[in-house]
Design a protein around this ligand. Structure first.
Ligand code: ATP
Length: 432
């Protein structure tokens, strides 16, 4: 049995054949791990099991022996392979009963969607094990279900990531503080976003800068393809004191982080660019070759960005670069499509075409074919134009086609941000 005091231990169980077959990447487990960590819960194990009742029962029984909290994701829907509810109700000897409130809210959703009747299978979603606490699902039909067992607290969650997140964000904190009083140390964190510096190099520079360590602040490096986040966390500290610790560390790390750091909503660099464009009362157009519209997608992912993002041109062929962006045929001939001169001509051309205040041009070899000894796969040139100045960079990005495109889009956005901020020191005069 888990210890009744000390830190709360958790096991995450994700259910679904699609996870085991690799058709779906298990983002729920990763996301839940981050959320639990931030709440001061220690995740000690993780299981992924198929949509079969015996497998689910095995995992949940085992998890209950190892942890105070068991989070189960997936298999709460209406289809025959959604058997998590039955498996756990059976394991805990809790009869399933149709919950009239849940049934009513499901019926209302169906009516709203223009359907006359609630299909029979969907009534299953309204079945709730005896004694379960319902956790509201603001974006779907199946509520989360929390079951106290005398030992572990077992929480069942829908597999759809958006629904799972919305339930957890709304309910988990209060559920845990009620269920584990005094066992969750208040945990506060701050995340610093960087892009363009590899994790190993960043970690080395941080170590050199802070040979004495980070004191009471735990530091985690969270890399993904777009950059590295640095998460600072303190536990059991009041918010004012925690704020002081964070400020102090940020000040010390400033000289290291500054060239790479950006401030964007949810760590999104495109968001930082949109904010910077607004602050300068200017607008942007983009010219893309190897990224095929990815930069434009990143910008249009942000609701309301139309006040500063005018649009873009995907100019994949030389012909399109000449015709739609006014790139000089001789420049293409002399330097090749993947070159500093063409990236600059694309940025300048799209500024002219859209009469924009700022422009981006990206051209590269995403692979797997098309590389040469002189310009291997991953070679990308990108240019940013703003206020009569143009900054141009060339890089060789690692990874497959998708990775090269992601990294190119991110690097181009970063260059533009720095140019807008007046920090792209190598920018030179350009007529645009
Ligand atoms: P539904 O009502 O849609 O049936 P559910 O609770 O039964 O919800 P599942 O059927 O298991 O959930 O999954 C629904 C969707 O969520 C599927 O598209 C699935 O690929 C996705 N999904 C399930 N589990 C995960 C996971 N661990 N990580 C990411 N996506 C997931």
């Amino acid at each position: 049995m888990p210890a009744p005091s000390g830190s709360v231990r958790a096991v995450i169980v994700t259910v679904g054949d699609e996870l085991l077959l690799g058709h779906t990447v298990d983002t729920n487990a990763a996301w839940l791990g981050g959320e639990l960590g931030a709440l001061g819960v220690r995740v000690v194990r993780r299981y992924t099991v198929s949509d079969e009742e015996p497998e689910i029962r095995w995992a949940v029984r085992d998890a209950m022996g190892a942890a105070d909290l068991v989070l189960v994701s997936g298999g709460l829907g209406p289809t025959p392979d959604d058997v998590t509810r039955d498996a756990v109700a059976g394991l805990l000897h809790r009869p399933l009963r149709t919950d009239p409130d849940v049934l009513e809210s499901i019926r209302a959703r169906f009516l709203e969607a223009g359907m006359q009747e609630l299909p029979e299978p969907n009534r299953r979603v309204a079945q709730v094990p005896e004694g379960a606490r319902k956790l509201p699902n603001p974006v779907g039909t199946a509520p989360g279900l929390a079951l106290e067992t005398g030992g572990a607290l077992v929480v069942l969650l829908p597999g759809v990531p958006r629904e799972l997140r919305s339930i957890i964000e709304g309910s988990l904190g209060s559920l845990l503080s009620r269920h584990f009083p005094g066992r969750l140390p208040p945990t506060l964190s701050r995340t610093l976003h960087t892009s363009g510096i590899p994790e190993s190099l960043l970690a080395q520079r941080v170590r050199e800068r802070l040979p004495e360590g980070t004191g009471d602040v735990r530091m985690a490096f969270l890399p993904d393809i777009r950059g590295v986040d640095l998460r600072l966390t303190v536990t059991g500290m009041d918010p004012v004191e925690a704020g002081r610790h964070f400020e102090e560390l940020e000040r010390k790390l400033g000289p290291i982080l500054d060239p790479w750091r950006f401030h964007g909503d949810r760590g999104d660099l495109a968001d930082a660019v949109v904010v910077a464009l607004r602050a300068r009362d200017t607008d942007l157009a983009v010219a893309e070759s190897c990224t095929g519209g990815l930069v434009a997608k990143r910008l249009t992912d942000i609701p309301g960005a139309s006040d500063v993002f005018l649009g873009g041109v995907v100019a994949y062929s030389n012909e399109a670069k000449i015709r739609h962006l006014g790139v000089d045929a001789g420049t293409l001939e002399r330097h090749g499509a993947v070159s500093a001169d063409v990236a600059q001509a694309m940025a300048e051309g799209v500024v002219r075409a859209f009469d924009a205040g700022a422009g981006l041009g990206v051209t590269g070899i995403a692979g797997p074919g098309g590389g040469t000894a002189e310009k291997p796969v991953g070679t990308v040139w990108y240019a940013a134009w703003y206020g009569g100045r143009c900054a141009v960079r060339g890089e060789r990005f690692p990874g497959d086609r998708e990775a090269v495109r992601e990294r190119s889009a991110q690097a181009a956005l970063m260059l533009l941000l720095r140019l807008l901020e007046g920090r792209a020191t190598d920018a030179s005069a350009s007529r645009g």
